[in-house]
Write a protein of this length. Structure first.
Length: 327
């Protein structure tokens, strides 16, 4: 395990510039911007604000510090035309593991939110940063909170202290899972889930050079619990990821079958059913489940292509509550 190397605050600075753009376009995006008594910026993407598809795109871009291109493309689910959230990046580690991964559980008094974004690289509390040797000495930080409540001064101060900055140098973007922008930003994690699975399996992450991924944009759920189910299913049963890697094929043949979600014994049921059986405890769910349905490795050195897993429209149709009628 290497010690984190202090890097220039590239991720946080890139994300801060994107937040400035969001603030300028707040009305068009359907988001609300407020400032706490300590001067922190809080942007509501769906707690009380309506949000929008454009807001979801902006939120996902901030999550990846602008190192991924995120778009909506047309696809299908169960033979029905359906929008896919498409992600492409030539900086997969920076965009997805050092920034987008929701690795900071922010809990202060009655507030709880899953924290992602480049603020994590400044706090550097997760083992992931120690393993991969990355840390930012940031002057200002940006975070995304998946929560149904807006953070108060106590939350801002805790984050500021953890990141080594003043509260006025914190920008937080907030959206519940059961919102349009919140759903969008979770579904935009197809590549991130594949990379995190690879890291958990002990793969040499320096071998990953480029990545693309897609997942169907789940319908906005009536509440956050149902939203957690649908957004997870979008990736577990509908996510498709391609990774361009270097090195040998033997390790890909050994690790590859364990990467897609079908490697889990829990695979095959909607995530909400699996979650309920686990007592609504994420840590009780088989960790092999959390990955895209289909993963393709393209070896830049050998030219070989390894295809693992495949999408499961039957579970998606159930999870999304899709009904069709023919006249």
């Amino acid at each position: 395990m290497s010690q984190p190397i202090e890097n220039e605050p590239v991720l946080n600075e890139l994300a801060w510039d994107l937040v400035e753009d969001v603030i300028v376009a707040a009305e068009d995006l359907g988001v609300d911007v407020t400032e706490t008594s300590d001067g922190a910026r809080v942007v509501d993407f769906g707690v009380e604000a309506p949000g929008s598809l454009a807001a979801g795109t902006a939120l996902a871009e901030v999550c990846t510090a602008g190192l991924a291109e995120i778009t909506l493309q047309q696809g299908t689910v169960g033979g029905v035309g359906w929008p896919l959230v498409y992600v492409t990046t030539d900086e997969p580690l920076g965009a997805c593991l050092f920034s987008q991964y929701a690795g900071w559980a922010v809990s202060v008094d009655k507030f709880f939110g899953m924290g992602s974004g480049p603020m994590r690289a400044a706090a550097c509390e997760e083992e992931l940063f120690k393993h991969l040797g990355y840390r930012e000495e940031a002057a200002r930080v940006v975070g995304v909170l998946e929560s149904g409540r807006l953070p108060g001064d106590d939350v801002v101060r805790m984050i500021a202290e953890g990141c080594g900055v003043g509260p006025s140098q914190v920008a937080l973007l907030v959206a519940p899972t059961a919102s349009l922008a919140g759903t969008f930003q979770v579904v935009a994690r197809s590549v991130e889930t594949a990379l995190h699975k690879l890291h958990e399996l002990g793969f040499d992450m320096d071998r990953v050079r480029n990545a693309t991924g897609s997942a169907p944009l789940a319908p906005v759920a009536a509440d956050d619990l149902a939203g957690i189910g649908r957004t997870n299913d979008a990736i577990l049963y509908g996510g498709r990821v391609s990774l361009w890697v270097t090195g040998d094929d033997a390790t890909l043949e050994e690790i590859g079958p364990r990467v897609p979600s079908s490697a889990s014994d829990s695979y095959g049921e909607p995530f909400l059913d699996i979650f309920e059986k686990a007592g609504r405890d994420f840590y009780a769910v088989d960790r092999l489940l959390f990955s895209p349905a289909e993963v393709v490795f393209q070896n830049l050195d050998t030219g070989r292509v390894h295809v693992l897993g495949g999408v499961n429209d039957d579970v998606l149709v159930r999870s999304f509550g899709m009904t069709t009628s023919v006249e």
